[in-house]
Design a protein around this ligand. Structure first.
Ligand code: PMP
Length: 360
């Protein structure tokens, strides 16, 4: 079976490797949260942790490697793949490297989780932890230094590689449109919301949406909203620290098209808002999503509850697609997840404590 068949929604048959299990993620109705928020529109999450390497970035890793093999930049058994990443692109590249026989080096900023580092090492990648964003010692600076002094080393460079947005143009978007669900029968997307890191996800989706609008001018126009953490400059504001991983930067990546007609609006979200929404999705929708998924949901809700979002929020035929980029298993050791994970005391636990006779 081909891993490229975008309209395939359930795995069947025998796949030739884990690379064939990249993408093909489910679109899941976040019905409980939609109702609790008093929204008439449908909230639909594209849940990317179901992909083989656990995130939306598997798609671009696979495409960047395959395209570089086609044009001869990568030679299995010979090339060394080096990439600066917040971890998830690294996971996809390390997965492809393990299967195809590349050496793989990932430069990873210090704030990124231990879980990502350990999984990368388990896949056979070499890891360099780096301090800050904007110095020669940054993950980008160190990756270039290694590449410049190693024969056969290649940086595929997700920040400038056109195959980053194209992966979403050719897989994420067609999968959404092909979703076989009565909850998405009319196949109209009224609002699509995604966080921006490199911007590949939102730019690729937006390019596909705008091309579809040109092909079918009678259809609804889709509003594209990008979500950016407080502390990142992409959606405006001052640079600063924040804990959520994978989104926001202190420079504009080349693949990001930040203005209309690509992106209609930016919404800023802080860590507390993001992590509260991550925990809400786990508790109410039983979806083990990561921190930037909480940012995306928080951004979508802010937009829908604002005056600009009113006509979509109150329309029962409107579909809102939210990209949920990775899973919380990437972040189990982080304080934001461990704090309050058990939830407040409740009558069931009180009863159990009475029966068992000790604190639980
Ligand atoms: N969330 C997470 C967890 C990520 O790793 C990334 C990739 N940096 C994103 C969101 C953003 O994706 P993109 O780079 O396509 O903007």
């Amino acid at each position: 079976m081909s891993g490229n068949s975008a309209n395939q929604h359930h795995w069947s048959g025998v796949l030739s490797s884990a690379l064939d299990a990249v993408g093909h993620t489910p679109l899941i109705h976040l019905k409980r949260i939609q109702e609790a928020q008093g929204l008439q529109c449908r909230l639909l999450g594209k849940v990317e942790f179901f992909s083989a390497g656990g995130s939306v970035k598997d798609r671009i890793a696979k495409r960047m490697v395959e395209e570089a093999e086609k044009d001869g930049r990568l030679i299995p058994g010979k090339s060394v793949i080096i990439e600066p990443t917040s971890g998830n692109t690294g996971m996809g590249l390390a997965l492809a490297s393990a299967l195809k026989g590349y050496q793989c080096i990932i430069t990873l900023p210090a704030k990124m989780s231990l879980e990502k580092e350990v999984m990368l090492r388990a896949l056979g990648a070499e890891i360099v932890r780096t301090p800050s964003w904007d110095s020669p010692e940054s993950h980008i600076g160190v990756a270039h230094k290694l590449r410049d002094s190693m024969p056969n080393a290649v940086i595929l460079d997700q920040y400038s590689n056109p195959n980053n947005p194209l992966a979403h143009y050719h897989t994420t978007f067609p999968e959404i449109m092909a979703s076989p669900s009565s909850d998405f029968e009319n196949k109209e997307i009224d609002l699509i919301v995604a966080g921006a890191g490199t911007g590949g996800t939102i730019t690729g989706l937006s390019d596909a949406i705008r091309d579809r609008e040109k092909a079918f001018p009678e259809k609804n126009k889709t509003t594209v909203v990008a979500v950016d953490p407080v502390g990142s400059i992409l959606g405006g504001g001052e640079p600063g620290n924040y804990a959520v991983e994978g989104i926001g930067y202190d420079f504009f990546p080349e693949v990001l098209k930040p203005n209309a007609p690509s992106i209609d609006d930016w919404v800023k979200v802080n860590d507390d808002e993001a992590f509260a929404m991550t925990k809400l999705m786990i508790r109410k929708e039983a979806l083990f999503v990561g921190g930037s998924s909480g940012s995306a949901l928080a951004g979508a809700l802010k937009y829908l509850h604002s005056p600009k979002g009113q006509s979509i929020a109150s329309n029962p035929n409107a579909n809102v697609i939210i990209i949920l980029p990775d899973g919380v298993r990437n972040y189990l050791s982080k304080d934001w997840f461990l704090e309050g994970a058990q939830g407040p005391s409740n009558p069931l636990r009180e009863k159990m404590r009475e029966i068992i006779g000790r604190e639980l």
